[in-house]
Design a protein around this ligand. Structure first.
Ligand code: T1G
Length: 692
């Protein structure tokens, strides 16, 4: 056995050298690992009796790619392409043994080898696009040669993982084996290669799928057109397409050079920094600070959900999906049946998209039971209330629940803005009351705001955070303030947008500015989608706002073919003259003088209001750090990922400029633009939100 460095060692088994990488936690290909592999391969090529080489990884997974922590720093040789060139040009066969995940540079390393053996439960992917870059070690040049242009375009721009069996079908791996015998099987496979004197398969030499006499322009044009909406605003997908175009139009080495140049351009741009921020922010959000309970978590084996409506049903699905029995409660069998039908319909939609099997649907539905008796929640470890957003109704439910739920059961409310302390106060177990704010549709949206009320204990908090991971949610711990983090900042933007349309901007003006900024839709289109009547009380309405008037006119948004926009039967929207008249009349009645409003003013008033609210949330301790606010808004509210989130975006502008803009807005539009104290402090110190 020879140790190259503390991340790479070599063992020799009957003429097969095993180069083993061990760089926890995910065998990232940092400088030391690259150097270790480079030297290890050169070393074993010199040993006469080594006939073949197996590259494997220790730990939970094969390499997941380049070390993200090295990005933005000077490159340390050898580069990954140089390491892979040594592998590909080896005169001795090199076989990689993949377990866990082969991602990014890890999969590129595997593609530079001559053969690839994978555990049948392994996964492969090129997720670079999620970091705003592209595979920069030959992925865009080798993959098209192996699987063809169309599959390469889909695979690399999606950034998604595929199963080992799919990889086998694509020709990306040569054999699947049992995970327990992976290394032995790889050694055996290597011995077979040697015994049969099998050829050294170099992907770079494959030409049939990228033959120069074929015209691929139609594939590329069609792909660009079909994905324009999905790729809108992102740079990396277009760069990936250009790199794959080079794979069919240039010799391999020239294609490699172009790939590197395109990678360097992206690395030098703003988007990858934002996307790396989002990557690390999401992971930071999920980590609960070490607590007195040392993050012990309660065992959650059965879940109760109160309310079988859209939210309750979606929430229940999260737990059914991980095999937990769920008892769902509503006021009538009819409501329960409606809820059950909705859940099954959601699953059947996933079935149609190939994301689930009939058997899985049946297994999950079998875990669901319904009741109209709250007492049936008695044996649940966690009960989540998801009823109408009315504090008195919630208090009444928690009062009853407190007398029914077993000791130690966690009682959660799904409220999106109400005071969790007030709900906890009606129980004798406030330390076991928490907010679990799911986002609709709750079975799909990944964000989960975990609301820590003043008495919520550490065990409850740690359990909620752990459960968020189990149901594949991005859990963010937030404080118990109105609207928590997401809705409070949304209200800041919405409030400014509603002022703007009274002062002269149109709803479609405001929507376009925010759509062009990168949001999937503007605030008024979103209001119409969600329904103007959400939160509207028809028994207590008197034309106090434009929204009340539209509701009183029966204009509840898309579902009534009219709200701020008019909608045809295909739900195509057009600016509504009716809504425009309502706005103008309302402004007149309230002596608001209308004027032309620039896109720039709309941009600054809505976006800087959000940043200022985020700063207030930070200084009040409602968010533990600025990156949590970014995680909430990127994951749950459509802030363009390539801009990193409101706080990261403000840092890129510079907080001095942010404060000056707010001071100017305060002078022109009122003291609600007064910069938060924290913002002024950071600006004066030349600081940033990154340290908050
Ligand atoms: N570099 C450094 N650290 C990484 C890392 C990476 N690539 N990936 C994960 N980690 C750390 C992570 O920060 C966390 O650290 C721990 O590992 C567990 O991660 C040339 C240029 C692999 C699916 O984009 O998608 O190759 O907080 O909490 O949920 O073409 O991590 O514990 O200290 O996320 O099980 C391409 C990114 C790089 C993969 C595992 N590769 N990683 O998810 O655990 S660019 C990627 C992931 C590249 C080449 C290009 C996920 C995961 P800590 P985790 P997980």
């Amino acid at each position: 056995m020879k140790t190259i460095n503390d991340t790479v060692k070599i063992t020799n088994t009957n003429g097969i050298a095993i180069v083993e990488i061990n760089a926890p936690p995910v065998n990232a290909l940092g400088a030391k690992v690259r150097k270790g592999i480079f030297e290890a391969i050169h070393h074993v090529l010199e040993i006469e009796d080594v006939k073949a080489i197996v590259i494997s990884c220790q730990g939970r997974t094969f390499s997941v790619g380049a070390d993200i922590n090295e990005f933005g720093k000077p490159r340390i040789p050898p580069s990954l392409p140089d390491v892979l060139s040594v592998i590909e040009n080896s005169e001795k066969p090199i076989i990689v043994a993949i377990h866990g995940m082969a991602l990014g540079g890890g999969l590129e390393l595997a593609m530079a080898a001559h053969y690839r053996i994978a555990a049948h439960n392994a996964h492969c992917g090129l997720p670079e696009v999620n970091l705003g870059i592209l595979p920069g070690a030959g992925g865009t040049q080798r993959l098209p040669r192996l699987v063809g242009v169309q599959k390469a375009l889909e695979f690399i721009t999606s950034g998604k993982k595929i199963s080992a069996s799919t990889a086998l079908k694509m020709g990306l791996v040569d054999k699947l084996v049992d995970p327990n015998g992976l290394l032995e099987e790889a050694v055996k496979y290597a011995q077979g290669i040697v015994a049969n004197n099998s050829p050294l398969k170099k992907i770079r030499e494959l030409t049939d799928k990228v033959s120069s006499d074929k015209n691929y322009s139609e594939i590329f044009d069609k792909f660009r057109t079909e994905n324009a909406r999905k790729f809108r605003g992102f740079l990396a997908p277009e760069y990936i397409i250009r790199a794959i175009e080079a794979a069919v139009s240039l010799p391999f080495d020239e294609g490699m050079a172009l790939e590197r140049n395109l990678l360097d351009e992206l690395l030098a741009g703003p988007q990858t920094a934002a996307l790396r921020h989002v990557f690390f922010a999401e992971r930071k959000s999920g980590k609960i600070p070490k607590t007195s309970s040392d993050n012990h978590v309660a065992s959650i084996l059965k879940v109760g959900v109160i309310g079988a409506g859209t939210m309750g049903g979606g929430i229940a699905m999260n737990f059914l999906n991980i095999g937990l029995p769920v008892v769902i409660m509503d006021m009538s069998q009819t409501a329960l049946e409606r809820g059950r039908v909705t859940i099954r319909k959601n699953y059947e939609n996933s079935l149609r998209r190939g994301k689930i099997t009939e058997r899985q649907i049946d297994d999950r539905m079998a875990l669901l039971s319904g009741t109209i008796e709250l007492s049936d929640m008695a044996d649940c470890d966690l009960v989540i209330e998801a009823v109408f957003e009315n504090l008195e109704i919630k208090k009444s439910i928690f009062t009853q629940l407190d007398g029914i739920a077993k000791p130690g059961a966690i009682l959660a409310t799904n409220t999106s803005y109400l005071n969790v302390d007030e709900i906890a106060a009606v129980t004798n177990r406030p330390e076991y009351v928490i907010g679990l704010h799911f986002f609709s549709p709750a079975n799909i949206m990944r964000l989960l705001e975990i609301v820590k009320a003043s008495k919520t204990n550490d065990l409850c908090l740690a359990t909620a955070a752990s459960l968020a991971k189990r149901i594949d949610k991005v859990g963010v711990v937030v404080g118990n303030g109105w609207g928590f983090v997401g809705n409070r900042i949304l209200q800041a933007r919405q409030g400014e947008a509603e002022k703007l349309i009274l002062e002269g901007a149109s709803p479609w003006n405001v929507d376009k500015v925010l759509y062009d900024f990168g949001f999937p839709m503007g605030p008024f289109q979103m209001r119409d989608l969600v329904g103007l009547d959400v939160g509207w009380n028809k028994n207590d309405t008197s034309s106090r706002t434009v929204r009340e008037i539209l509701n009183e006119m029966g204009r509840h948004g898309q579902k009534t073919n009219g709200g701020f926009y008019d909608y045809d039967d295909q739900r195509t929207r057009t600016p509504s003259k009716i809504a425009e008249t309502v706005i103008i009349d309302f402004a007149k009645k309230h002596n608001i003088v209308r004027r032309d409003i620039s896109d720039h003013e709309i941009h600054d008033r809505t976006l800087f209001a959000m940043v200022n609210e985020g700063a207030k949330i930070l200084e009040e301790g409602i968010a533990a750090c600025a990156s949590d606010i970014d995680t909430v808004w990127v994951t749950g509210y459509g802030w363009p990922k390539y801009l990193g989130g409101p706080m990261f975006w403000a840092d890129q502008i510079g907080l001095k400029k942010v404060v000056n803009t707010l001071l100017d807005l305060e002078k022109r539009f009122g003291d609600h633009f007064k910069p938060a104290a924290l913002l002024i402090k950071l600006a004066e110190e030349g600081g940033s939100f990154a340290t908050e």
